[in-house]
Design a protein around this ligand. Structure first.
Ligand SMILES: [Mn+2]
Length: 355
């Protein structure tokens, strides 16, 4: 298991790399270049990032995310050009030491919350929160406006302004598209990129829908074990894997997260893990909790044990943390609670290995 940390680059992330390095057991980053979907990533810029990360004593073997252009998801004729750029980016990343590329194939929204800083009454910290009842009064445009307003000036992953500028048009284009239609487009994409990944030694890792159910009538095809079974079979290859995010998949209590890790781990189809805890508050109603098992509803010991037993060499990162100790930062991506999370998960790991 390699413990890693999501980091947005020195221009956009207030957390210095030396702080990340000082978290015990931290081996590297899940990093990125801040580029719009569809762009071929420039190698000189990426090399500079690799050098910066290596100079801090960390690895950069996982990229999160190389975003998939909406035209690819919608199956438009223009997709071929964007797929070519994607392939060129995969080859460039492989040349520079990258082993795993995390991405998602969700139309328009890759994650959604109704409050980015919900105060947790027990201790005064705050975390990301979702209540479908609150969404009922907000349409997609309203929720985008509110999320941008609440993000404290930070660009949120998946909520890049250029992607949302076209929101109204994009939503219209998805009207009438079914999950099966979306899977046809997905297969077209995988058939093009996975053979390249096999050639250059990179694994693609698909992140689940978050929350793990359909929203705004959009087709969503990545929020149950059965759906991920279909995804890994769309192009059957060890390079076609899952980024198993416990907090996303686990936002729906019907999903057995531990069983899902064991299932895809045994198939050798876990490219990376996001480990996060969730507190259920009702139907389609939850908030994110600290990583400690008893503060939420997921069993972190059983999660780490499943990783240990079925995919012990995978990359793990503590996913979203709460905001604690008056830290100001990108919602979900503060330093303190994610550092606590990494320490706790490493502690579980040490105990599992010793037992
Ligand atoms: Mn995640």
């Amino acid at each position: 298991m390699k413990m890693t940390f999501r980091w947005y680059g020195s221009k956009s992330d207030p957390i210095p790399l030396k702080y990340v390095k000082q978290i015990p057991g931290m081996t590297g980053l899940m990093g990125l270049l801040d580029k719009p979907a569809g762009v071929d990533w420039p190698e000189d810029e990426f090399k500079a990032l690799v050098d910066e990360v290596h100079a801090a004593g960390l690895e950069l073997e996982v990229i999160e995310s190389v975003n998939v252009h909406e035209d690819i998801k919608m199956g438009l004729p223009s997709r071929d050009e964007y797929i070519e750029n994607y392939i060129s980016t995969i080859k460039m990343l492989a040349r520079n030491g990258v082993k795993v590329i995390i991405y998602n194939f969700m139309p328009v929204f890759d994650w959604l919350r109704t409050d980015l800083a919900r105060v947790i009454p027990e201790d005064g910290s705050n975390s990301l929160y979702f209540d479908e009842k609150d969404l009922g009064e907000m349409g997609p445009l309203e929720i985008v406006r509110k999320t941008a307003e609440d993000s404290k000036g930070f660009t949120l992953p998946g909520w890049e302004p250029e992607r949302l500028a076209l929101l109204e048009t994009t939503l219209k284009q998805y009207e009438g598209m079914t999950g099966d239609d979306l899977r046809v487009h997905y297969k077209y994409f995988l058939d093009a990129v996975i053979p390249v990944c096999e050639e250059v030694g990179v694994r693609m890792a698909c992140h689940p829908d978050d929350p793990a159910w359909p929203i705004f009538g959009l087709p969503r095809i990545a929020h149950t074990t059965e759906q991920f079974d279909k995804i890994v079979k769309l192009h059957d290859s060890p390079a076609n894997t899952v980024c198993l995010c416990t907090g996303s998949l686990g936002s729906n209590p019907d999903n057995d997260v531990v069983a899902a890790i064991r299932h895809f781990g045994e198939l050798d189809r876990i490219g990376a893990m996001h480990v996060r805890n969730v507190k259920f508050l009702g139907h389609h109603h939850f908030r994110e909790a600290s990583h400690l098992s008893r503060t939420g509803d997921l069993d972190m010991y059983a999660i780490m044990k499943a990783i240990h037993d079925t995919c012990p060499d995978t990359y793990v990162r503590p996913d979203h943390g709460r905001m604690i100790w008056d830290e100001v930062g990108r919602p979900g991506y503060g330093l303190y609670d994610r550092a606590l999370g990494a320490a706790y998960l490493n502690g579980l790991w040490e105990a599992i290995e010793r037992a």
